[in-house]
Write a protein that binds this ligand. Sequence first.
Ligand SMILES: Nc1ncnc2c1ncn2[C@@H]1O[C@H](COP(=O)(O)OP(=O)(O)O)[C@@H](O)[C@H]1O
Ligand SMILES: [Mg+2]
Length: 235
Amino acid sequence: MDSVLLNIQQLNSCYGVIQVLHQVNVSVQQGEIVTLIGANGAGKSTLLMTVCGDPKATAGKVYFAGQDITALPTHEIIHAGIAHVPEGRRIFARMTVLENLAMGCLQPQHHKTQLAQVFDLFPRLAERQEQLGGTLSGGEQQMLAIARALMSRPRLLLLDEPSLGLAPLMVKQIFQVIEYINKQGISIFLVEQNACHALRLAHRAYVMVNGRIHLSGTGQALSQNPDIQRAYLGL
Ligand SMILES: Nc1ncnc2c1ncn2[C@@H]1O[C@H](COP(=O)(O)OP(=O)(O)O)[C@@H](O)[C@H]1O
Ligand SMILES: [Mg+2]
């Protein structure tokens, strides 16, 4: 686990004239689960979106597997091997589960094998293939969003608050799924407000405050840090 897969260097990002990210440095090694925690509005989603090229970085670099992807259009970034599960899932409500999954597939020759793999991972989706996305429960929609991202056979999965708004049992399942996906060799960059769960899962973690990386360390070290416990773990 010592080859850098994602390397974000001195990244700035803006909405119009408002700068949100300030000199952000983050890396994800091959095989790691890296978590980013931080308060609402800190800039976590903006970081994932900037990695995907929308909005474009205004300064700094993003390297993926050694390639400079900073200026690439989003579809080329996805083709390079990054899949993004945005906050709020954004599945296609009026398409079936099967149609949603087909939208995530980049190479038709892999469609069948990928479908079999995601149905293996999410038997609930297999049972509901013909059901419209919008009729699924929140947890099932989150599973569908993750499954759709996996259809592109990514090397790196960017997950934006996958546990948000889900019942405790479903939260537990989602975190188990993330761990399982990672064991299959997919690196994970996970944004979470559920810091307790997320830090337990993470090999390493970063804390973002007002668009800057404030702290980093192993998941365990951060979960034992008194400042982190007070601010994010409610201890
Ligand atoms: N599309 C947008 N246009 C303008 N400002 C935005 C937009 N999206 C987010 N912001 C602002 O950028 C900041 C960071 O937001 P965001 O990245 O969503 O934070 P987080 O994901 O950590 O909650 C916030 O102040 C937010 O209001
Ligand atoms: Mg967010």
